[in-house]
Design a protein around this ligand. Structure first.
Ligand code: DPP
Ligand code: ZN
Length: 876
């Protein structure tokens, strides 16, 4: 058992001053020389040995101050290098030589070579696969990196910081030397070598410094890097204006690679990206792709201050950089696009991914206290819930208070490796607020449920709001405490306008934000002249579930008139979800499905409401998916019943608004040249949401088929193909479009990922056979994480009827894949496996079949630590 505990944190016995690395790159043999200047930490045990981490390394040399170390001075195995009898004081230099094989590195962690490119991924613990080191975030050092490689295959040699020397070595090889003046932890080290092209631009910082910007991509792809560059410049400007953060090096580089476990990585001055988050043009990228590129380019750039200049003391503090950086990214997106639409997308994401994590076997606090494998903690809880926690701080302190706290954080901790406590203390010190109780958000897992009851007293002109909170138990913690929850509340009067209370009593409040701190509290709003409709959790001010038995009349008032569009969408969505859940219950019980004309009217009216922006209307018109319905039902889930019920409800709505939907597919057509901006994207979103319904009303693939034929951009093309493939599966029109798409994009792996996903998510039990066949498609590559996620990941996580076939064949197929994949890439495999984390919520027969397959995986005694951790927690 290698469980790591937060309580065991100890600083290192030695302090690293600098590290000089020399890479002699070879496809199957790369040698790494590491020269480390260091000294014993003052006050550390003078007899303590030096213990460095390694992972699968071969040691080929070890010297102290230039003299080879005798074997009795050290022990070395695959995971540690221990050196004894080191000097008690004064600096010394340790030289370590290791040999690695980048071509055999299918884990894509450490230094690896794929598609002719050498690149690295060191977060969280990949540096130890390159050389023995203190591979932990609290060890900050200055890096100088020399790269030697073949000139022809690797004209480009990159590492962090500034280029300080280049030399032709005369033997067909050349070298480049990079120096990064900023101290950094090993997880931010990066190296890239290969033959790539680039686009170049520049940015002048607020203090007038000139920064060169470069984005490196595969040859032939330069034209697709423009949007990423534009996003980068906007992000740099925004961070100066919004948070006073200026870039610090003379150059900022991004490299796009095609084999990458994550989305992107914020290595100092040399971000490495999954190419799907850089490359975009109208013919190959959807509006969602553009929005993701903008967000992730910004996210990684923002890490330069929140993550790199100030980093984490240990990996338990991961949310210190990730939660905060996601929050900064969200704010950036909100400022670049439509704030409420961006916020609704965040809420949808949180509910679809984080809530189930928090409510299932893998639940953990935003700051965990133990882990078996840190790679399994790059989760939606650490990222998205962590972001919500920072957002709540901003809500409690107000924008100025938040900015003051963050300013202090940058000032106080620049160059440091710190904790969540250090972060919170800055807000307390800057504003005088006490965040002791609030801090529980970091330590307590589970999604709080707030029950709301309202009572209006006409005589006293008072509205009483009783709020009570509970957090359901999670695997590691049964008893939960009440949290400090900021809840934004609106009172909507009979005329649709907000009512302003003369006073609010019963607890702390700041403008329209109630501060719920106890199990139960009653807030009293004074001076309320008529019974209002109460809108709770406006702007989704807290990541909680609301239980409010509100009158239908009130809910329709909110759905039709709420000026907070997030709450308005939420109410529309909740009304739809209620109808869908009821319909699923009907199907399961063998009753005819009851639909709801009032819901149809509401959706049609919202779709037609030209006072609302198209993107919002599209959101309202997109019904909750089968997975959303399943999550709402929560237990004893029958995916087939949900599928049937949802289709029946869709048909009823489609028929009620047939003319409007058909009309919208035309009205929202692109006028003129394609533009990826948010407003144009919103029009496409509305058109394509309407297409789903128009096609359902017409019960014919004709309209979608025409839309496919006439599409002049990937968003419209993919949307039409999905309607054909999902709503008219097996039709000639569907098969024609799918075949055309496959042919047309034969040389575009990233576009074919969309094709793989579309096919993998066709509802019904026949999809398994198609997925099995697609694994033999020449475009499919089991070693490429994007392909695996597009086909296998989409099938397991986004095809409830196909994956959960009643005979369990979907689970068996998946388990086979997981067992093979684990040998190749454990990080990726463990993440894929989480697709089954909610299996306990299935109806008994499927639940048993799913468990059988998870147990079959768990019975193997040679699983990676990553996969072992996930399956054991799922079965616990
Ligand atoms: N690359 C990942 C992110 O930026 C891990 N740091 O979130
Ligand atoms: Zn990040």
């Amino acid at each position: 058992n290698r469980t790591v505990y937060l309580k065991d944190y100890q600083p290192t016995d030695f302090i690293i001053e600098s590290i000089d690395l020399v890479f002699d790159l070879g496809e199957t043999l790369t040698t790494v020389g590491s020269e480390i200047r260091m000294h014993r930490r003052p006050g550390a045990d003078p007899a303590a040995p030096l213990v460095f981490a390694g992972d699968g390394l071969a040691l080929s040399g070890l010297a102290l101050d230039g003299k080879p170390l005798l074997p009795e001075r050290y022990d070395c195995d695959a995971s540690t290098l221990t050196i004894r009898d080191l000097p008690e004081d004064g600096s010394f230099t340790l030289t370590i030589k290791t040999r690695i094989n980048p071509s055999a590195n299918s884990e894509l962690l450490g230094l690896y070579r794929t598609s002719g490119i050498y690149s690295t991924q060191c977060e969280a613990e990949g540096f130890r696969r390159i050389t023995y080191f203190y591979d932990r975030p609290d060890v900050l050092a200055v890096y100088t990196v020399t790269i030697i490689a073949d000139k022809q295959s690797c004209p480009l040699l990159l590492s962090n910081g500034n280029l300080v020397e280049e030399q032709d070595l005369g033997d067909g090889r050349h070298m480049a030397k990079w120096h990064d003046p900023f101290k950094k932890p090993s997880y931010l080290f990066a190296l890239v070598a290969g033959d790539l092209t680039m686009i170049e631009d520049s940015f002048t910082t607020m203090s007038g410094r000139h920064v060169a910007l470069r984005i490196y991509v595969e040859h032939g792809k330069a034209a697709r890097a423009g949007y990423a560059m534009d996003s980068l410049k906007r992000a740099m400007k925004w961070d100066e204006e919004r948070f006073g953060r200026e870039y610090d090096l003379d150059i900022f580089m991004i490299v796009a690679v095609s084999d990458f476990n994550m989305g992107a990585m914020e290595n100092k001055g040399l971000n490495i990206f999954n190419d799907r988050l850089i490359l975009a043009d109208p013919e190959t990228a959807t509006d969602d792709d553009y929005a993701r590129i903008e967000a992730v380019v910004a996210h990684e750039y923002f890490h330069n201050w929140t993550g790199n200049r100030i980093t984490c003391r240990d990996w338990f503090q991961l949310s210190l950089k990730e939660g905060l950086t996601v929050y900064r990214e969200h704010e950036f997106s909100a400022d670049q696009r439509s704030r409420p639409v961006v916020r609704v997308d965040e809420v949808k994401f949180l509910r679809a991914h984080q809530f189930p994590e928090d409510g299932g076997p893998l639940a953990h606090p935003v700051r965990p206290t133990q882990y078996l494998e840190i790679d399994n903690f790059y989760t939606t809880t650490v990222y998205e819930k962590g972001s919500e926690v920072s957002r709540m701080i901003a809500t409690l302190l107000g924008p100025d208070g938040f900015r003051k706290g963050l300013d202090l954080f940058f000032e106080r901790h620049d160059g440091g490796a710190v904790t969540i406590e250090d972060y919170l203390k800055c807000f307390e010190d800057a504003t005088g607020h006490d965040l002791t109780h609030f801090a529980l958000w970091y330590h307590q897992a589970g999604t709080p449920v707030i029950s709301v009851a309202s009572f209006y007293d006409e005589r006293k002109q008072q509205l009483k709001l009783t709020l009570s909170q509970t957090t359901p138990p999670t695997p590691d913690e049964k008893i939960k405490k009440p949290l400090h929850i900021p809840l934004r509340v609106g009172l909507i009067g009979p005329n649709g306008a907000d009512m302003a209370p003369t006073a609010i009593t019963g607890g702390e409040s700041r403008k329209d934000v109630l501060e719920l701190t106890k199990d139960e509290q009653t807030f009293v709003f004074e001076g309320i002249g008529a019974r209002p409709a109460v809108s709770v959790n406006r702007d989704f001010s807290a990541p909680v579930k609301i239980r409010f038995d509100q009158s239908r009349e009130d809910r329709l008032r909110i759905a039709g008139a709420e000026r907070d569009l997030v709450a308005r969408w939420d109410t529309v969505n909740a009304l739809a979800l209620e109808v869908l859940v009821k319909a699923a219950e009907d199907v399961k019980a063998g009753r005819p499905v009851t639909t709801d004309p009032a819901l149809s009217d509401l959706l049609v009216a919202t779709a037609e409401d030209t006072a609302l922006e198209p993107a919002f209307r599209a959101l309202a018109l997109t019904l909750p998916g089968e997975l959303d319905i399943g999550r709402e039902i929560g237990a004893d889930i029958d995916p087939d019943a949900i599928h049937l019920a949802r289709n029946t409800v869709i048909e009823a709505i489609a028929e009620a608004g047939a003319d409007s939907f058909a009309q919208l597919t035309g009205d929202m057509a692109n006028g003129g040249a394609f533009s990826p901006d948010a407003q144009s994207a919103g029009r496409r979103a509305l058109r394509n949401a309407a297409l789903v319904l128009a096609a359902a009303a017409e019960k014919s693939p004709r309209r979608a088929s025409q839309a496919y034929e006439s599409a002049d951009n990937m968003t419209d093309m993919l949307a039409a193909m999905r309607v054909l493939a999902h709503q008219f599966a097996g039709s000639a029109e569907a098969e024609n479009a799918l075949a055309d798409f496959r042919r047309r994009f034969a040389g575009e792996p990233l576009v074919l990922d969309k094709w793989f996903s579309t096919l993998a998510t066709v509802p019904g039990e026949n999809t398994l056979e198609r997925v099995t066949k697609l694994m033999g498609d020449e475009a499919f590559d089991e070693g490429n994480p994007n392909r695996v996620r597009a086909l296998i990941g989409a099938f397991a996580s986004s095809n409830p009827t196909g994956f959960n076939r009643p005979d369990g064949a979907g689970y068996a197929f998946f388990a086979d894949f997981i067992l093979t994949s684990d040998k190749r890439n454990a990080t990726l495999t463990a993440r894929l496996m989480t697709a089954m984390r909610s299996f306990e919520a299935l109806e008994p027969s499927r639940r048993a079949l799913a468990r059988e397959q998870i147990e079959r995986i768990a019975a193997h005694d040679d699983l990676s630590r990553n996969l072992r951790d996930i399956v054991d927690r799922m079965l616990k």
